[in-house]
Design a protein around this ligand. Structure first.
Ligand code: GUN
Ligand code: FE
Length: 444
């Protein structure tokens, strides 16, 4: 039915990372083929190399020259029910949640609405070059069904979970410790490991879960050690103070999650801005992953993420959009704002490290680098095709770029969805191609 069943060769400039580049001179960390190619078959990358070495008679060729092929982008923290919250004026975190976000998420009780928003959400991800995301759904189990159904329809490697939240939220947006557990468990049974889907146990954050619910979330994490855990940590000072009042026994914010067995190498903690020394040491020891969400942190005025400081302690940070507090679906725009957040702290984000981060780096944090985040033979063929001269301003600037790093930096600062020429998900082109109907994939 599609190209994914046949072998094809994609030609273009090809960039593939093996490791996190320590600096610009670290050419060991990546391969760059100026006239390169990928052979794609059965949704996987069969070979990567120079075009002359890989070309074969009888192979269908797609010529993407002069564009740049790299692994599809990975967004490790995003809220699918917040597509209509983006650009909500004036508030910082707690007021923003109460005034805009919670009322919006209530609407996801309506399955038709959740299904429609899931379609829009996945269209936006792919048009921005994102082929994998780890997303919060709403409290309603049906929102997670909508999310995973749409991911399956597109054969995308997606991680997600329904949020567990049983207090400090309006009517229609609370579960209970029991129903949060039961619904999450049923979703894990239904979706986790089905096709390319992975479940993330998702206590929203300390403020919206009672200790009883945290205990149930911890039980789920113990019963399903192969699931991810996602939540929020130390994003905003009022949030931290409120958390400490709700959990007076906890040594600090992270300790709330630690007490319930929720902090380990599969745990992703959005924001992690205002951390105490003990929390940093514990994150390092437990191998958990703070998630840098620069557009969100600037938009909500939350603060500056200390990437360099956390890395020095051996922590593997992830990076993400955090739509709808984040302001762009683009991982390129995320890097742009991330660069500036680090500049304000005297830290640097080199383009090679930046592009590694949004591909293989996030995959490594998820422990999935053998499947996604690179173009190595045998991995899933999730590929983005990038145009470094997508706009007049970029084209003009690119005339003066002499090195790969300079060109990547133009993409990092000026790029967005206009730079995404094509996206392949499991070998299938997404732009200008029809998808199978959703109904065929629902339930089972
Ligand atoms: N903390 C708890 N929920 C949220 C959310 O939806 N967005 C952000 N940015 N922070 C949160
Ligand atoms: Fe978030």
């Amino acid at each position: 039915m599609t190209v994914s069943g046949q072998r094809q060769l994609l030609r273009g400039r090809v960039l593939n990372f093996h490791a996190d580049p320590v600096n610009e001179a670290d050419t060991e960390a990546y391969d760059y083929f100026a006239d390169g190619a990928l052979i794609v078959a059965d949704g996987k990358i069969e070979a990567i190399g120079d075009y002359d070495a890989l070309k074969q008679p009888g192979l269908t060729e797609v010529d993407h020259r002069p564009h740049l092929l790299m692994a599809g982008f990975i967004d490790t923290h995003i809220h699918f029910p917040q597509v209509q919250v983006v650009a909500s004026w004036g508030d910082q975190l707690l007021d923003w949640l109460n005034n805009y976000t919670f009322p919006e998420e209530v609407r996801f009780a309506d399955q038709g609405h959740a299904d429609a928003m899931a379609r829009a959400f996945f269209d936006l991800l792919t048009s921005h070059g994102t082929t994998t995301a780890m997303s919060f759904c709403s409290v309603h189990a049906g929102s997670a069904d909508a999310y995973f159904t749409e991911a399956a329809r597109r054969n995308m490697c997606m991680i997600g979970g329904k949020v567990m939240m049983d207090r400090n939220a309006p009517d229609g947006l609370r579960d209970t410790p029991r129903s949060g557990y039961d619904d999450s468990k049923a979703l894990i049974d239904r979706w986790h490991g089905r096709g390319r889907a992975h479940y993330a146990i998702t206590p929203r954050f300390s403020i919206t879960s009672t200790p009883e619910q945290m205990e149930m979330a911890g039980a789920l994490a113990t019963e399903h050690p192969d699931c991810f855990v996602q939540t929020h940590l130390s994003e905003n000072k009022d949030e931290i103070a409120f958390t400490k009042s709700l959990y007076p026994q906890a040594r600090d914010y992270l300790d709330v999650y630690e007490r319930y067995g929720l902090v380990g190498p599969k745990t992703f903690l959005g924001h992690a801005i205002h951390l105490e020394d003990r929390e940093i040491a514990s994150l390092a020891e437990r191998g958990a992953h703070p998630v840098f969400c620069p557009t969100s942190n600037l938009f909500l005025g939350s603060g500056l993420f200390d990437d360099g400081g956390l890395r020095e302690q051996g922590i593997t940070n992830a990076i993400a959009t955090d739509i709808g507090a984040g302001t762009s679906y683009s991982m390129l725009q995320t890097l742009n704002e991330g660069y500036k957040v680090l500049q304000l702290q005297g830290q640097k984000l080199h383009p090679l490290r930046a592009f590694h981060w949004i591909t293989r780096g996030n995959a490594v944090a998820m422990g999935m680098q053998d499947r996604i985040g690179t173009l190595h033979a045998g991995t899933d063929a999730d590929i983005v095709v990038l145009n470094t001269s997508a706009t007049d301003a970029m084209a003009l600037r690119s005339q003066r770029a002499e090195t790969l790093s300079e060109e990547l930096f133009i993409l990092q600062i000026m790029g967005d969805d206009r730079s995404v020429e094509q996206v392949y998900v499991a070998g299938r082109a997404q732009k200008g191609v029809d998808l199978p109907p959703a109904r065929a994939l629902r339930s089972a």
